[in-house]
Design a protein around this ligand. Structure first.
Ligand code: PLP
Length: 404
């Protein structure tokens, strides 16, 4: 990978903050956008803007074609069997809410159970808790071990005849753990239980083939994969999506409407109510093309090297605690040093131009499990460099010396 060339595609990386060169290590929260994505958006608004699926005129048809081509790009990217299994949403959160709402409405009765895990992001907890309130389903939680790995032995014990779905994250946004989703899916399927994969923190790092994985649902957000904000993807196997009722009403999700009876459109449109965010959908496909032009295996190798180097350097600092010590990790390091508050560390690093995340990372139950309020989190992307890790480590050491 030619990092300098890659970095030149991201103008924001050469900006300064407080007079210092920006070191952006908050990629788990959102990634920066390459020029091609921003230019694509500008181009769409300047040359192609029209509502999709609605107009007989040239622009509308052109915009529709581009949006549907974008669906094909995503289909290929995750190797979905059909393009109608790719639903565009606002992001991972909306994708999970959609499935929680629609799946539970169709398949869950009071007392039925959904299994999630102790390391989930709030999006994969609260969406199901809302269904607990509405439908009286029960949530069960897979515990983690001291390395921050899922206890698959315990997961097996949670499965009962009332289990309707297992919903887990692929990569933890706090611990960096890569969960054994292949094994989880195999176990779940041996009990005829479908599996939802939250791929918000994996899609930008690991090649994903939904047919090979055989997952039933999978979600990710555009903004975490170098694409635009406000767009995301829900993949679902056709037979599940076919049976599930629509999530929202209006727009292209109808076939016919009368006051007596309304019928719904086919997949994928049944789940895409209202005017779709087609400029962002099209630019998301540009981001995927960009990623493919570099190649996920090369990106993973580069990010793994950064993760290894950063971990080794951090471990040289006295009284450091790294949360998530699995041998199978990806692009994220969470830590605390002595009794330095995570906000203090984050704010002082910020003054040195270094952007990291602090706090509970939308995983408060995991924080309770770890017995802490929050961590400092550095998360890496394809454009980060070893020199940036050095600046980060120097910055952390400076903060430590300020407090000692
Ligand atoms: N799931 C995980 C693992 C995440 O890290 C995030 C965001 O940080 C989400 C879900 C929610 O993503 P979004 O806010 O883009 O919907």
């Amino acid at each position: 990978m030619n990092i300098e060339k890659i970095r030149s595609n991201f103008p924001i990386l050469s900006t300064t903050v407080y007079g210092k060169p920006l070191v952006y290590l908050d990629n788990g929260a959102t990634t920066q956008k390459p020029k091609c994505v921003v230019e694509r958006l500008e181009d769409i608004y300047y040359t192609t803007n029209a509502n999709v699926h609605r107009g007989v005129h040239y622009l509308s048809q052109h915009a529709t074609d581009l949006a549907e081509e974008a669906r094909n790009t995503i289909q290929k990217f995750i190797n979905a069997k059909h393009n109608r299994e790719v639903i565009f949403t606002k992001g991972t959160t909306e994708s999970i809410n959609l499935v929680a709402h629609s799946f539970c409405q169709r398949f869950c009765k009071e007392g039925d159970e959904i299994i999630i895990s102790a390391m989930e992001h709030h999006a994969n907890i609260v969406s199901w808790q809302l269904q607990e309130e509405i439908r009286g389903i029960k949530l069960k939680v897979i515990p983690i071990n001291e390395k921050g790995e899922l206890r698959i032995d315990e997961m097996k014990k949670l499965i009962t005849s009332r289990t309707r779905l297992i919903s887990v994250m692929h990569v933890s946004n706090v611990l960096g753990t890569i969960n054994p989703i292949e094994e989880i899916i195999e176990i779940a399927h041996s009990h005829d239980i479908p599996v939802f994969i939250d791929a918000a923190q994996s899609i930008q790092h690991l090649p994903i083939d939904v047919q090979k994985l055989d997952c039933d649902f999978l979600a990710f957000s555009g903004h975490k994969i170098y694409g635009p904000n406000g767009v995301g993807v829900l993949y679902g196997k056709e037979h599940w999506l076919d049976e599930m009722p629509p999530y929202q009403g209006g727009g292209e999700m109808i076939k016919s409407v009368s006051f007596a009876k309304t019928t719904f459109n086919e997949l994928p449109f049944k789940f895409e109510a209202g005017t779709p965010d087609y400029p962002d959908v099209i630019a998301l496909a540009t981001a995927v093309d960009y990623l493919n032009s570099i190649g996920l295996p090369a990106i993973k190798r580069h990010e793994d090297a950064l993760l290894k180097y950063c971990t080794e350097e951090l471990l040289k600092i006295k009284n450091i605690r790294i949360f998530g010590t699995s041998g199978n990790k990806c692009s994220v390091i969470s830590f605390l040093i002595a009794d330095i508050h995570h906000y203090d560390m984050g704010m002082l690093l910020d003054k040195m131009g270094i952007a990291v995340r602090t706090g509970h990372h939308c995983a408060q139950p995991l924080m309770h499990e770890l017995g802490i309020e929050g961590t400092v989190r550095a998360s890496f992307a394809l454009y980060n460099t070893k020199e940036e890790i050095d600046l980060f480590i120097d910055g952390v050491k400076k903060v430590v010396s300020m407090f000692s």
